[in-house]
Design a protein around this ligand. Structure first.
Ligand code: CA
Length: 146
């Protein structure tokens, strides 16, 4: 883990995205291939291969050339965290009524939040989910505040 100004970077943002996508694929498909990841992230095959090698060297997945990818326990754990983090941020943007492109914005935000901020956002999302009248009040306030 690299600590940089309070942001805990487990992997570089780009490697996080690779792992996040591999985890998503592994939840829906038996075989995850390099081409799947390249297509999904719109990157070249050599870029994916390079990332796969790094992730493999760091113990996040097992990979043999021309075979499918398999996440290790460690890779699954981090992949699940990354996918959850992305979901939470998209839900956060919905909760606060942002009219942004939620998918893109969550992608931009996710790599740069510290753990305490992520935890606070998660609590806020849960709070509004359990107390929808406050969320309604907030959305009304936001409209009136324009
Ligand atoms: Ca991502």
């Amino acid at each position: 883990m690299i600590k940089k100004k309070g942001v805990v970077l487990i992997l570089s943002p780009s490697l996080e995205d690779y792992l996040e996508e591999i985890y998503r694929f592994s939840q829906n498909k038996v075989e995850v291939r390099v081409t799947d990841i390249a297509n999904k992230l719109s990157v070249s095959l050599p870029s994916v291969s390079k990332a796969i090698k790094t992730l493999s060297a760091k113990g996040y997945l097992h990979y043999e050339p021309y075979q499918s990818l398999h996440l290790s326990k460690k890779g699954e754990k981090l992949g699940e965290f990354l996918v959850e983090r992305n979901k939470t941020l998209q839900e956060f943007l919905t909760t606060i009524g942002s009219e942004c492109n939620k998918e893109k914005e969550a992608e931009a935000m996710e790599h740069y939040l510290s753990q305490p901020t992520l935890e606070a956002i998660t609590s806020l999302v849960n709070f509004f989910r359990e107390n929808s009248k406050y969320q309604d009040q907030f959305i009304q306030f936001k409209e009136d505040d324009k």
